[in-house]
Design a protein around this ligand. Structure first.
Ligand code: Z5A
Length: 229
């Protein structure tokens, strides 16, 4: 059976990586095959692009160029890592995916949405998420949390943007969730860790329904039939 594809989206410091690591452990413990990947990155080719976009080296060439680079990285990760895993029955947990391009390059950087969606369609062929968890957090709190894990070099190309842009992105993710309720679940990421864990587990559990236990008793309908005889 094909694996499930779950993506994790939201602002900086929202707690995506923390939850992905935990969910991967839980699913593995439950006997599932699980692969964790991230974007930009995942495959060797996409990791090379990650360095270019997050260092800010491509910023001077414009937002459209950055959008193309993110899409190129995604295409490589999909072909090299995500699709082979899904097809072999492995569940894939991906830290950011297509919604980040819609929001960061489309909503907040002003790249034409048709252009973004066209590239998305081309590079995600066969790998559309079954579930997307959107970690929603006020940017001030997210950046405060993220700053604790910044390396010596400080914030990256996107983390150092204005608060106004971060707010725009937050709204961008919420708009996607509203437009695609069958795929997206919003998690209130400003809550305490145990509360976020509980909300995340509840969303994931819907994709992995527990098999019903056989009781050995006939169903109510069958019983009724027997009684009517
Ligand atoms: N980008 C783009 O522009 N276009 C695209 O198409 C794609 C990406 C795919 C990738 O960043 C950047 O690329 C991203 C968008 C852009 N913008 N930036 N920057 P990244 O991969 O380097 O980082 P990130 O995705 O933004 O994640 P993050 O900042 O590392 O945060 P996180 O993974 O969501 O959070 P975390 O590491 O799990 O938690 C952060 C800290 O908070 C940590 O100390 C935790 O222990 C703590 N934490 C977590 N949850 C809680 C709760 N509930 N309470 C208290 N503390 C908590």
């Amino acid at each position: 059976m094909r694996g499930k594809f779950i993506t994790f989206e939201g602002g900086e410091g929202a707690g995506k990586s923390t939850q992905i690591e935990r969910i991967a452990k839980n699913l593995t413990r439950a006997g599932h095959k699980v692969l964790v990947t991230r974007e930009p990155g995942g495959s060797p080719g996409a990791e090379a692009v990650r360095h270019v976009v997050l260092s800010g080296a491509a910023q001077k060439f414009g937002s459209e160029m950055e959008a193309v680079l993110f899409a190129a990285a995604r295409g490589d990760n999909v072909q090299q890592i995500i699709l082979p895993a899904l097809e072999s029955g492995t569940h894939v947990l991906c830290d950011r995916f297509m919604d980040s391009s819609r929001v960061y390059q489309g909503v907040s950087s002003g790249v034409d949405m048709e252009f973004i969606l066209g590239m998305e369609q081309a590079v995600t062929e066969g790998a559309r998420p079954d579930l997307t968890l959107i970690f929603d957090i006020p940017p001030e709190l997210g950046l405060q949390r993220a700053s604790k894990v910044w390396a010596e070099d400080g914030p990256d190309r996107f983390e150092s943007d204005t608060l106004e842009l971060h707010e725009k992105r937050r709204q961008g993710f919420l708009d996607i969730a509203e437009a695609e309720p069958d795929r997206c679940v919003v998690i209130d990421a400003s809550q305490s860790l145990p509360q976020v864990r509980k909300a995340t587990d509840a969303a994931i559990a819907k994709l992995f329904p527990k098999p019903k236990k056989a009781t050995g008793k006939p169903s109510a309908r069958k019983k009724a039939k027997v009684t009517a005889k």
